[in-house]
Design a protein around this ligand. Sequence first.
Ligand SMILES: [Zn+2]
Length: 1039
Amino acid sequence: MSQQGYVATPPYSQAQAGMGGYSAGFGNPPPQSHYGVYGSPPQGYSAPPTGVLKPPASSSSGMPPPPVSSQYGANIQQNGAHPHSFPPPVASAPSMSPYGQPPQSAFHSMAQAPPPTQQLTNQMSAMNIGGYGQRPMQIPQSSSSSAAPQQFQTSPPTAMGHPPLSPPGQQLPSLGSPPPMATMGSVTAPPMGMSGPPGPGVHQPPLGPQGYPQQPGSPMSGPYGAQMAGPQMAGPQMAGPQSGAFPGGFPGGPAQMAGPPQKKLDPDSIPSTTQVIEDDQAKRGGQVYVTNIRGQVPPLVTTDFTVQDQGNASPRFMRCTTYSFPCTADLAKQCKVPLAAIIKPFATVPKNETPLYIVNHGETGPIRCNRCKAYMCPYMQFIDGGRRYQCVFCSCVNEVPVQYFQHLDHMGRRMDLYERPELSLGSYEFIATLDYCKNNKPPNPPAYIFMIDVSYNNIKSGLVKLICEELKTMLDRLPKEEGAETSAIKVGFVTYNKILHFYNVKSALAQPQMMVVSDVAEMFVPLLDGFLVNFQESQAVINNLLDQIPDMFADTNESETVFAPVIQAGVEALKAAECSGKLFIFQSSIPTAEAPGKLKNRDDRKLVGTEKEKTLFQPQRGVYEQLTKDCVAQGCCVDLFLFPNQFVDIATMGDVPSHTGGSIYKYSNFQVEVNGQQFLSDLRRDVEKSIGFDAIMRVRTGTGFRATDFFGAIYMNNTTDVEMAAVDCDKAVTVEFKHDDTLSEESGAVMQCALLYTTIGGQRRLRIHNLSLNCSSQLPELYKSCETDALINFFAKSAYRAILNQPLKTVREILVNQTAHMLACYRKSCASPSAASQLILPDAMKVFPVYMNSLLKTPALVGSTELSTDDRAFHRFLVNAMGVEETQVLLYPRLIPLHTMDVSSEAIPAPVRCSEERLSESGIFLLENGLYMFLWLGQACPPDLIQNLFNVPSLGHLSSEGPMSLPVLDNAHSRKIHSIISSISQRRAASMKLLIVKQKDRSEMLFRQHLVEDKGLHGGASYMDFLCYVHREIRQLLT
Ligand SMILES: [Zn+2]
């Protein structure tokens, strides 16, 4: 798939011919709102009772199978409903055991890098670094500098080849003169034939010059006037053309204005996300979700449930946009529902669920199909008395290897079915043999390199001191292989501004040694032995170094930095050590120093709204493109912690991290007192989290369809192999599927995701996730099995890629059109005939429009000159790597009322709809979306609550100057609110800084832009208006 492979490219992009033909009289809308009707009544999903999994030679029995007698293994206590009859994973079983760990030794050979042989040609000096006061930065090129007050140890000229970087090659996009800024119009409701009593306080706030409601309450409006299409704003703004000019507004021709005059709409009558979430929690919360049924739709990501793997991967690992694929490409084209899976291969498994079993087939390695190379899985069908098996993916009949032979029972199933994870579970791991390792050598454990920008800004802000202090304790908590006593991960340290300083922290040294590389154009690593070390062994030297770094650079005046050479240095160090690993780069400014990858300020907001807006998201190529390739080839993941005070070109600086499975963090205008804790908790979590390195992922499918496109923090060198320098528990890859033939209802659609990677202990493993879906020639089956949260994840990622190549306006149009198409097709082929004035939505997609509208209002897509270019690029990168849970809460934040909470209950109060009209002046609300957290204080909130939470007598005593903080106080309210905040934070991938905003303060604007049901502050319609617009589009498609 090309980069242009956007959601609407063929076969999905063709304008739908023949969508019409639905010619009922649409003229007279009924007097009542019909939003309460969502098509088919809610129905429990009825899974096919039989034949679901096609277990070996038994087409009639699904899982779970009937109990098997205990003769199959001493470890089997119970079968059928209880599949986990294997020894516990990672048990210290002897290596003979089929699931035991392999002999560790084979994977722990810590082959040292060979001694360097090349000549050192660059300027470099080495010295002890104790006691440098004034001039640590001006290290002369001679090794006998007089600047050093202590004795020098000239390091022996070590050595190394340093392939020259490719020339910078980046070019600024030509900046054409932009057309005049689009002005905001307003999209209002077309006549919907809906009436209903206006809700209390339904006033439209007067529009400010930019078209959004003015913040201070106007005399005529209640403070919480609903931002819905009321009579006041309808009419004059309805004529079509303006709507197209609306940034983030809808495309389309002239509005269809015929119809009765505007009626007020009851916001309670349109589908509510909070209600859908509550209902699913009530229906499926607290239950065990058993994965034994093909095509079973899992509970929502927001629901608390426990997963029991019985043959399909847990929805924590894989979620699909629909669990019933259409049988033909024609049907898929007709409904335009994207077919995709969101795969989070390293998703965190809760403590009450079984971790993945590890299968060790010894020297022979995992059993694979000879033709398509799929791995042994529960869907393979054993035949011929167990001597052969038919591959479910390609139908090839394979011989069963002699050592793997097992008799079949009277049902045709292998007798050892429940002793073998690969025959009975959706997810498991294989120990990989040397064939799966680079150069047929077992990998070394990975290394973490900390690379600290010590330029003026970071010294002055106290950041460098903060990082160094933290590392002393944090490195004790590096992740360990299960069962291991200490972490096998090695650590290394670099500081830099315009030049780089490497540190020798070998345990034998009394003092760390610094080595300087000032020729950044040809980066190399000046030392091998002593750069990457075991933290426990070198702890004293490392702590000594971390104590000294802040002082060494305390008086620096250097404000320029390099960036690409820093990454290059990290890759070279990993190359030399023959290992994979991660770079932690802490940088505050745009790299303007003369060096490869030097960047210029190209922030030009005049491009917003023009054809060239896409260039704001495009990285500068050249050096960074090559660096990405180098990093991926070496298994070098780059994590970027940014502390910008101004534009830093995140679109470019984030390019390498976003292709190497890395994360990007941003702390604008960093101050230790304000953002310090947030940064530290992000850093701790990042260092400690579960991760695999040097990964390559392949998604295999049954015949009839295949994976065609991939979205995530990944790199693709060809069309099938997803390369990830690293993949951690938060990173998800979204995979799109297309038909290449007809699927059969009988065999369904099976997929297998195989991820080859290196563990933190240096083991090479294969992680397998299998999933089986239904197929149907009936569209109602497809719509019934849709997953809105997964759909919106797919749309977000595909749109965010599309904006690199297409005008934003086009991308927004495609999103809206596809929304209308999906819903129109449902209406046409699934819903019972009814008046066109009724909006009928599939039950499983009834809140899809609110998510889609929220997506259209995200910073990257909305197109407003008021948004910072860096923020928009940052947002794009974040979403690109997100899983379903993260995009769900991002696009529909939780708004939690706190003033009514029961302080004696453990529960988090039920969220309310994300709209200003749900706020109350006398209330306190918490809003969180996974990135930001706000505490909103109503103007009239009770003084005793303020006293309990802030220890001041009233709201007026809280200063609005500067950031406010929430103290920890000894009373029930304070304890409760802190417990809510911490339980929310634990679920999220990044820590959220709590922002406290008072109603009607200036800072309230930041909060309000997350009220996604309302009209967007930077453009974009309210939920109500959007729904009306989509309805109008649907009606057009149906005529
Ligand atoms: Zn095969």
